[in-house]
Write a protein that binds this ligand. Structure first.
Ligand SMILES: NC(=O)c1ccc[n+]([C@@H]2O[C@H](COP(=O)([O-])OP(=O)(O)OC[C@H]3O[C@@H](n4cnc5c(N)ncnc54)[C@H](OP(=O)(O)O)[C@@H]3O)[C@@H](O)[C@H]2O)c1
Length: 281
């Protein structure tokens, strides 16, 4: 198998690269070596390498940054993805893309299925949703995996909570957000499973089967690490973030479960496993 991975240095990319069989030929260039903002050159490299799969994990994931600079966000997250997908469709190369729960606005208040109409509330979600639409324009073999609240190796919310817990007695946490904290390790296992034995092309919601409020997530992080701090639930509007977050973006994973390739543990089990390494309890 010949695999070209974008975003190989990100949380999901690192977790995936650790698991790839040694007999696969893998390219995972850094953004210095291969950049989505310089795609004519990037596509010429792909022409030379002739991969079987493009696993497109790279994105500008700074949700507030995207809000401040929408032109850059659309260039990286939408336009570059569209060019890559078109290249893959033309060359008969399989294309895997990671999208987000932020394509939804949260009004439904019940788990979102793949057939629910997206309605993003912020630029980041819009860039990813428009990328999905552009991928669908090409009749290639594509898999769009939507996931949520990822933590792994790299900057993420779990590590931020541990840092805040060292600095403050009381942590102010948004009380009006619910989704699924997703372990990059489990997501990588799911991607690997898909690469070995892909289901029908299309959109899949890929995460743990149960959900958490942001407050419950923080409580679990502190409890698992044996840290005693106060949590003060506050409305999201308390924080001066430019980008709105959905109040509810839980993804229904029934389609993924029917495919039956990789069974995710509960989000809390995965978090325990992660924190064993982070806080060594
Ligand atoms: N993190 C989440 O909570 C979350 C939730 C839902 C969906 N997702 C999606 O999941 C995927 C992986 O997320 P992640 O958390 O692993 O991301 P991440 O840790 O933020 O890593 C982003 C990756 O994208 C690369 N990248 C950024 N701009 C680039 C550019 N212009 N050219 C080439 N590479 C570029 C980065 O390379 P450098 O390190 O070299 O800059 C890095 O490898 C993304 O598509 C994201 O939208 C993430």
């Amino acid at each position: 198998m010949r695999l070209f991975i974008t975003g190989g240095s990100g949380q999901v990319g690192r977790a995936l690269r650790k698991r790839l069989p040694p007999n696969w030929t893998v390219w995972a260039p850094s953004s210095q070596q291969w950049n989505l903002e310089n795609l004519p050159e990037g596509l010429a490299t792909l022409d030379t390498l002739r991969p079987d799969w493009v696993v497109h994990l790279a994105a500008w994931t700074d949700v507030d940054g995207c809000e401040r600079d929408p032109a850059r966000a659309f260039r990286i997250n939408t336009e570059a993805t569209a060019h890559l997908a078109r290249w893959a469709a033309r060359k008969g190369v399989r294309f895997l893309f990671i999208s987000t729960d932020f394509v939804f606005d949260g009004a439904k208040r019940r788990p979102y299925t793949e057939d629910d109409p997206p309605h993003p509330l912020q630029v980041y979600g819009e860039t990813k949703q428009k990328a999905e639409v552009r991928i669908l324009e090409w009749s290639g073999e594509y898999w769009i995996l939507r996931t949520s609240w990822v933590y792994g190796e790299g900057k993420n919310f779990v590590l931020s909570v541990l840092k805040w817990a060292q600095q403050y007695e009381t942590l102010r946490i948004a009380m009006d957000q619910e989704s699924v904290p997703t372990s990059a390790e489990d997501l990588a296992q799911a991607i690997l499973c898909l690469l070995h034995d892909p289901p029908s092309p299309g959109v899949y919601h890929v995460t743990h089967p149960d959900s958490a409020t942001r407050v419950a997530w923080v409580q679990a992080i502190l409890e698992i690490c044996g840290i005693r701090k106060n949590i003060q639930p506050v409305p999201s509007s308390t924080f001066p973030n430019p980008a709105k977050r959905p109040v509810y973006s839980v993804l229904s994973t029934e389609r993924w479960q029917r495919y039956g390739c990789y069974a995710f543990p509960s989000w809390k089990e995965a978090l325990k496993r992660y924190l064993q390494e982070q806080c060594g309890f």
